[in-house]
Write a protein of this length. Structure first.
Length: 348
């Protein structure tokens, strides 16, 4: 029996995973992870967006959690363009998320709100591609600090024209009046089907995808970037043997992987956060520990915004992701981050 505390409820939501067609290649690992690994100097990311639909039978309400990278990514706030130019990464985007939603028959006028997990350029997309009737929901403190955007706020990473003529809802700490698995939580629809979770620096979310049995999808945003940041853990140890796609032999003894683990451990993650990346390292690491509890629960499928390791496993919008457990996506994707360590492993 899992010790994870999630309030009981019957209503569910439909969760969709959009392949936003956005990719960033050759991102440096040095600013995100520690310790450094041979063969893991750079990594690639995709970018997901998550439509959420709540249907009571008499009313259907729709949200979109994160918008990925905007198609015209070179045209956000001036300060952001300058920073992107210094990265040296290659970025490709074919579509705005709004275009993909429309192409699959969903009326954008029915989207009541866009939820930004945080203000990073690869999550905010272009909200101006949605009708002004869609509210923009932002993490506590963002509205007061960065709105209405650049150029009025010189260091803002969004352009004020992208949020003009739109209601901006700044979440406040008082709104998070429930506790879900250790996170302060806001019950968005008021029926336990979809929670917005207060994670330092990010907004995470938990969606109930079925009842009898209960299943959930945990949207981890940028709380992690590679599976090795929260796997293995004390609650989800490295199995023996473990299937490692792309490494020969595929069924690899745990003892071989332990040799390349910085702590020679089967119960601590391969990667840690670089202290310079999060604003508050202690709180960011606490968030990862909480996510590990969800990850170890068979009822919960953890999906983070740039998880390339599940790209060939999940089914994308317009199909929904609610049958993830029946289709065994969690088991199939659990250790697929390990090929990122392939060069290290084969050289050890």
């Amino acid at each position: 029996m899992s010790s994870l505390q999630i309030p009981p409820s019957s209503p569910t939501v439909s969760v969709f995973i959009i392949d936003s067609t956005a990719w960033a290649y050759n991102l440096s690992c040095a600013d995100l992870f520690r310790p450094p690994f041979k063969g893991l100097q750079t990594f690639d990311i995709c970018s997901y967006s998550f439509p959420i639909q709540h249907d009571t039978g008499t009313q259907r309400r729709s949200l979109v959690f994160d918008l990925g990278i905007r198609k015209d990514w070179k045209n956000p706030a001036l300060s952001m363009v300058s920073r992107l130019g210094d990265w040296g990464a290659t970025i490709t985007v074919k579509h705005h998320v709004a275009e993909l939603i429309q192409q699959n028959g969903i009326d954008l006028d029915k989207v009541e709100a866009i939820i930004w997990s945080h203000l990073h350029w690869d999550h905010t997309g272009d909200p101006s591609t949605f009708p002004p009737s869609a509210r923009l929901i932002v993490w506590p403190g963002i509205k007061d600090r960065y709105m209405p955007g650049w150029p009025t706020v010189e260091d803002a990473s969004l352009n004020e024209r992208d949020v003009a003529n739109r209601e901006i809802v700044g979440l406040s700490s008082e709104m998070f009046d429930e506790n879900v698995g250790g996170f302060e939580a806001l019950d968005y629809f008021g029926d336990g089907s979809f929670y917005i979770l207060d994670a330092p620096g990010d907004t995470n979310a938990l969606a109930r995808t079925s009842t009898n049995p209960d299943t959930f999808i945990f949207l981890a945003a940028d709380s992690v970037h590679l599976g090795g940041e929260f796997r293995p853990s004390e609650t989800l140890p490295l199995p023996d043997p473990v299937g490692v796609p792309g490494i020969d032999p595929c069924l690899c003894p745990a003892s071989a992987l332990v040799k390349i683990h910085p702590l020679r451990s089967t119960t601590t993650p391969f990667l840690g956060l670089d202290p310079s990346f999060p604003e508050d390292l202690d709180e960011a690491e606490r968030t990862i520990r909480l996510i590990q509890q969800f990850d170890a629960d068979d009822r919960v499928f953890v999906v983070f915004a740039h998880d390339i390791s599940i790209y060939d496993i999940v089914e994308f919008f317009p199909k929904d992701a609610n049958d993830w457990k029946v289709k065994d996506w969690k088991t199939k994707g659990r250790w697929t981050f390990l090929p990122h360590l392939q060069k290290t492993f084969t050289k050890s």
